[in-house]
Design a protein around this ligand. Structure first.
Ligand code: GLA
Length: 388
């Protein structure tokens, strides 16, 4: 990121080079394992990335909020007291959702000029949206001196903004990883109690490689909300035998015994994914603590299989990338990451196999799909912060 260039763009947009804006950064995240478990009260294991969203922000005296981005042409200006309705498909819904939360909480706002700039791919399952929400929430609390807000409040607020304003019934994983991320660590989170532990994730001799399918995620939000509803249906069936409010409340052994209670085969598979994935996260954390990276990789592979066959959120491009990756000697584990329906895969690859991996997987993927995949090396990084 070229900070001087970013500042110059800010001055071109908003004028007056005499008053310097402050700069904030929120990372994106990659989820290592524990997919579609968060809204079921389960376990997840994400880490924050070195990529994310930068925000330059400066107060104005006009009681206006002005939102612009170096990545998108769409801009929004509105008075602080009147947040406009959401505009379908526009990035501005994420900061607007945060302003809406501030108004709902009756926190007095003043005017701000804001310029966002992301180096993380959008709609790729790496939480570009949570990163925009969290950078906005964090920057506002600093700029407004809102001392009553802790990091966990910002995380909860960003989740509410996404659920209420944007309309995605997501869980808390993304905001939590963006807020609590730590360099060299993954975040092992219990989404029911919000208790978490940092688990060291330093890969000696291996790389964490993220691959973007570059497939547009059409209808992803409605499909996501459909999965959330299917899990609720599974809870309703199981509830007749065991009083539960979330799928994560039963173990895989229990589920095995009572699964026939769910008459609908599709709903049973959805539940099977969530409950088995929850167990995989626990096993993956024990594997990491023992330094057993091979076992960790095997669990990643099993996670993908379940997301493909039971939860049905992968699709041709993600399956192809994972299949091609798994063919290569030196690949320890490969799976889709994030919501699915397009987006990215996450892979653990031996250092000496990285070049062949990028070359071969890229070539085969292009031959089978006509798309060009992008490769990134992921580094577990710190959470949201001001950059001075
Ligand atoms: C998206 C959501 C998260 C989580 C993942 C799937 O990233 O925002 O809350 O549900 O999908 O694990």
């Amino acid at each position: 990121m070229d900070f001087n260039d970013l500042k110059n763009q800010f001055y071109t947009l908003y004028g007056s080079a005499n008053e310097t804006p402050r700069m904030f950064f929120a990372p994106g995240r990659v989820n290592l394992i524990g997919e579609h478990t968060d809204y079921n009260g389960g376990f997840v294991l994400p880490c924050a990335l070195q990529y994310g969203t930068y925000l330059l922000i400066r107060p104005n005296q006009e009681y206006e909020i002005r939102l612009a981005s170096t990545n998108m042409t769409f801009r929004a200006d509105f008075p602080v007291s009147e947040i406009p309705q959401k505009i379908a498909g526009e990035w501005t819904n994420y900061p607007m959702g945060i302003f809406d939360q501030f108004l709902q909480m009756k926190i007095p706002l003043s005017g701000f000029d804001m310029l966002f700039s992301g180096d993380i791919p959008n709609s790729a399952g790496l939480s570009s949206s949570a990163s925009i929400e969290m950078v906005t929430a964090y920057a506002l609390t600093v700029m407004l001196n809102t001392t009553r807000m802790e990091m966990i409040d910002l995380i909860n607020m960003s989740k509410r903004a996404e659920n209420e304003f944007v309309g995605l019934n997501c869980g808390i994983m993304d905001m939590f990883a963006v807020g609590m991320g730590k360099k060299d660590y993954a975040i092992f989170l219990n989404c029911n109690t919000l208790e978490y532990k940092k688990v060291s994730f330093v890969l000696n001799g291996f790389k964490l490689i993220i691959i973007n399918t570059n497939r547009k995620r059409g209808l992803a939000d409605s499909k996501y909300n459909e999965r959330v509803a299917e899990c609720q249906l599974a809870v309703n069936y199981l509830n007749q035998l065991a009083p539960i409010s979330k799928l994560s409340e039963i173990s895989f052994m229990q589920f095995y015994k009572i699964q026939e209670q769910i008459p609908d085969e599709l709903i049973r598979r959805r539940a099977r994914h969530v409950i088995s994935e929850n167990q995989r996260v626990l096993n993956a954390v024990s594997a990491l603590l023992k330094g057993d990276i091979l076992q960790f990789g095997a669990l990643m592979n099993a996670s993908h299989e379940s997301l493909r066959d039971n939860y049905e959120v992968t699709g041709f491009e993600l399956d192809n990338l994972v299949e091609e990756a798994q063919k290569i000697n030196g690949v320890i584990g490969a799976r889709m990451t994030g919501a699915g329906f397009g987006g990215c895969t996450v892979n653990i690859v031996r250092d000496n196999a990285v070049d062949a991996f990028i070359e071969q997987v890229g070539r085969e993927y292009h031959a089978k799909t006509g798309l060009i995949a992008d490769f990134y090396i992921g580094e577990p990084s710190d959470g949201v912060r001001e950059i001075t």
